[in-house]
Design a binder for this molecule. Structure first.
Ligand code: M6R
Length: 610
């Protein structure tokens, strides 16, 4: 995710801004920039790549002054490049922005008709133009910003600088974090606490729909909707710098688990219209023919992304009436699977750099297939080797164990299956509308599930020294059983097997004994009775059992030793919901064992070798 820092005061601020951005480096970024105002002159420096590039640019061609803004960008609209880096400028105005402006194309076209010329491919640049336009019309800076953000749909935290309004920054927030730092004779603003923690511990967290006017004499808050004053409440932050990087969580993995409601909102934002009951994926226009007329359909991926692909198969079968082969990229690339001009290959990859997945799609493309990818990193190698890409917009994932990348891939696959169903005329309106409704409810449901760690801690306390575990599920929760086992083994080093519960009696049941716990995914769905029988088979052999069950369905907990409730949801979104207990279980087991949760042994975040 992008990072923001801003300063007003009496010190030259270029170093303060760069230092603040350095403290946000852990979040991942692909370009950086600052803009400062000195005696009414606005200047900016931006560089692609690491902050070191910006630092070297600043040392060759310095800019400085007592008011400034800085940004690290993680590309969402427009590839990583200097021209797309923030701050974006129009006239005396410079803007930095985190988030996604859903209606930027409409605003851009309206402003272009009025003669505005845009220099970047970003959604952000429209904000600079809007603010400048309102300033030109004679409005004060704060009012110009307020009028501008009232036009924006989506999510944003922005900070605006105006060369003609000295010693002032105006910030605004909607669904993207923003914090003010309060100090004597200085004002700070940032997207995250670590950026300004070295300067002050007195902070005020800005709420959604609120803007801040930041000056060295102090800050004032106004409600964006009606310009009404809002009380500024500060608090003292006692976090250490390391804690602050992790948002107060002990590990990045936990932080990323907790970020999933926002991450999934970002995946579906702007792509669903509930009023029209449509999925809008204009980025797939280039492959429209391939989506409607498919001879062979392969999903290729590795690890957790392969599990997401397996969930996808259920979605494509039910919603688009097409049955993809879900392939491990490391195997598929060496097979001679039939490929022709009507073959669709869908690569799923968080990083977009996984060597096997990349090689598999290059080979398939070379043999005539249309290649589509689902990826989290803009302009990574896999998107560049694809005909079209659906980005997940999950934000950077730091922990090696994939969490929010997985659920956002599943959400993107769901959107794609609905889109393909509509394109192929395979889905009826009622199903489409019910699924869209279910998807938009997911973030709030996940939010309600994150927070109470008690059942996970209880299980981890009892079983963190286990040497082997089984994970079992049926239907679209079979891939979740695989994912639960992978999560557990990679971070806790406990051997774990994921199985389709119906396969138990064909082998794995031989492993069941008093020291081998089994985790059953058994919510109230079509498979409930069958999974329950499998659970009974385990209990009959003395195996300890943890059941993930539907809240209120107490009957499901009769035979179990440990129980984790989940809310009742339509069956196609169950995998998204069940991902949370799988992740939290693995996390607490590993934390109890004291392993290196974020950087488990022998593993790399991005596997760029065969
Ligand atoms: O970046 P990718 O999604 O292509 O990575 C694929 C796997 O290496 C990855 O999902 C891996 O299995 C995760 N670390 C598991 O948590």
């Amino acid at each position: 995710m992008c990072g923001i820092v801003g300063y007003v005061g009496d010190r030259p601020c270029a170093d303060i801004l760069v230092d603040g951005l350095k403290r946000l480096e852990y979040r991942g970024y692909d370009s950086a920039g600052i803009a400062v105002v000195n005696e009414g002159v606005l200047d900016k420096r931006r560089a692609e790549g690491k902050l070191a590039n910006l630092v070297s640019l600043l040392s060759d061609d310095p800019v400085d002054g007592p008011t400034g803004i800085g940004h690290t960008r993680w590309a969402t609209h427009g590839r990583p490049a200097e021209r797309n880096a923030h701050p974006h400028r129009k006239g005396s105005i410079a803007v930095v922005h985190n988030g996604i402006i859903e209606n930027h194309l409409a605003i851009k076209s309206e402003l272009s008709d009025q003669g505005h010329v845009f220099k970047s491919e970003t959604d952000t640049e429209v904000i600079a133009h809007l603010v400048w336009k309102h300033r030109e019309a004679g409005h004060a800076l704060a009012e110009a910003v307020r009028m501008s953000v009232l036009r924006l749909e989506g999510a944003y935290s922005i900070v605006v600088l105006d060369a003609d309004t000295p010693n002032t920054l105006v910030a605004a927030r909607l669904a993207s974090p923003l914090v003010l730092g309060v100090a004597d004779g200085e004002g700070f603003v940032a997207s995250d606490i670590p950026a300004i923690l070295a300067h002050t511990r007195e902070m005020a967290f800005i709420d959604d729909g609120v803007m801040a006017i930041v000056t060295p004499e102090g800050s004032t808050l106004r409600r964006i909707e009606d310009d009404a004053p809002v009380e500024l409440k500060t608090q003292t932050v006692t976090w250490s710098p390391a804690m602050a990087e992790k948002g107060g969580h002990k590990h990045f993995m936990l932080k990323e688990i907790c970020e999933q409601p926002d991450a999934i909102s970002n995946t579906i934002r702007g792509r669903i219209s509930l009023e029209r009951s449509t999925v809008e994926l204009p980025e797939l226009d280039a492959v429209a023919d391939a989506l409607s007329d498919v001879s062979h359909f392969y999903i290729v991926a590795c690890g957790t992304s392969w599990h997401a692909g397996m969930v996808g198969r259920y979605l494509f079968e039910e919603l688009a009436k097409v049955s993809p082969h879900v392939e491990l990229a490391s195997e598929f690339r060496y097979r001679r699977a039939p490929i022709d001009k009507k073959t669709l290959v869908l690569a799923v990859s968080q990083s977009g750099e996984t060597a096997d997945t990349l090689a598999a799609i290059k080979d398939a493309r070379g043999r005539g297939a249309t290649v589509l990818s689902i990826c989290n990193v803009i302009e990574a190698s896999i998107p560049r080797a694809s005909h079209a890409t659906l980005y997940t917009h999950a934000g950077p994932e730091i922990s090696v164990a994939s969490t929010k990348a997985f659920t956002t891939q599943v959400a993107a696959l769901h959107l794609l299956a609905l889109h393909m169903g509509a394109t192929r005329g395979a889905i009826d309106e009622a199903t489409l509308s019910a699924d869209l409704d279910a998807l938009v409810r997911v973030p709030a449901i996940l939010e309600s599930m994150i927070g109470d760690d008690t059942p996970y801690m209880e299980f981890a306390r009892a079983w963190h020294e286990a040497t082997s575990m089984l994970f079992l599920g049926r239907g679209n929760l079979f891939p979740l059983a695989l994912e639960g086992a992978l999560k557990l083994k990679e971070i806790s080093y406990i051997h774990a097997e994921g199985y389709a519960a119906g396969e138990m009696k064909h082998g794995p049941i031989a492993l069941v004994e008093e020291t081998v716990p089994s985790v059953f995914l058994n919510p109230r769905d079509d498979h409930f009775g069958k999974v329950r029988s499998n659970l009974q088979e385990v209990k009959a052999r003395g195996g300890p059992v943890l059941t993930v069950y539907t809240e209120g369905h107490e009957d499901a907990t009769r035979l179990t030793d440990f129980a984790i409730p989940i809310p009742e949801v339509p069956h196609r979104v169950l995998p998204l919901i069940c991902a949370i207990p799988m992740q939290l279980l693995a996390y607490h087991m590993a934390d109890f064992k004291g392993t290196d949760v974020d950087q488990p042994r022998n593993l790399a975040k991005s596997v760029t070798v065969e």
